[in-house]
Write a protein that binds this ligand. Structure first.
Ligand code: APR
Length: 173
């Protein structure tokens, strides 16, 4: 069952003991605020060293590094779209972030991966629409790929958590 492979939690993603955590990065991959800042702080300066060697990442794509001082073995860095009103293919780019991150995690033999709510902070993506895209993208991926056993949606704020909970379990909300 796909739903057995999806989990919703409200937590600080840097504390999770999973194979990979996903970072909502910017195209430089050189750190920033929000979850990017939290992950770099928790992973330590070696993460930035490795990121420097990657030469950036276009929006919608993903790159993988070690997790260093994090519990997670890997960090998958993906660059979400900045919300521009829905006129710049933001939905497609956001969906691509989830798909490319999952592919990269699978190629690196990860069986568990945790996502933050990509683009819904500094990049201003409306949370409800972003939640639908995240859940649909992950569901589509899991339907045709069976090696990743656990995808965790790691919300940090109540609004995001509520949106995900309503979509994932409409009967109970
Ligand atoms: N754990 C989990 N989620 C977190 C954490 C954390 N420790 N800290 C923040 N978040 C959540 C935010 O609440 C938001 O829901 O991550 C989500 C994404 O918000 P941002 O981190 O602002 O990322 P994003 O909106 O994708 O903007 C990316 O912000 O930090 C910079 O360098 C980054 O320029 C890039 C931009």
């Amino acid at each position: 069952m796909i739903s057995d492979r999806i989990e919703l939690i409200k937590a600080d993603i840097t504390t999770l003991n999973v194979d990979a955590i996903v970072n909502a990065a910017n195209s430089s991959l050189l750190g920033g605020g929000g979850v990017d800042g939290a992950i770099h702080r928790a992973a330590g300066r070696m993460l930035l060293e490795e990121c420097r060697s990657l030469g950036g990442c276009p929006t919608g794509e993903a790159r993988i590094t070690k997790g260093y001082e994090l519990k997670a073995r890997y960090v998958v860095h993906t660059v979400g779209p900045v919300w521009k009103g829905g006129i710049a293919d933001e939905p497609g780019k956001l969906a691509s972030c989830y798909y490319e991150s999952l592919i990269l995690a699978e190629v690196n033999k990860c069986s568990s991966i945790a996502f933050p709510n990509i683009s819904t902070g500094i990049y201003g993506y409306p949370k409800k629409e972003a939640a639908l895209i995240a859940i649909n993208s992950v569901n589509d991926y899991l339907k045709s790929h069976d090696s990743i056993q656990k995808v965790i949606f790691c919300c940090f704020d109540c609004d995001n958590y509520e949106y995900y909970a309503r979509i994932l379990d409409p009967g109970n909300n």
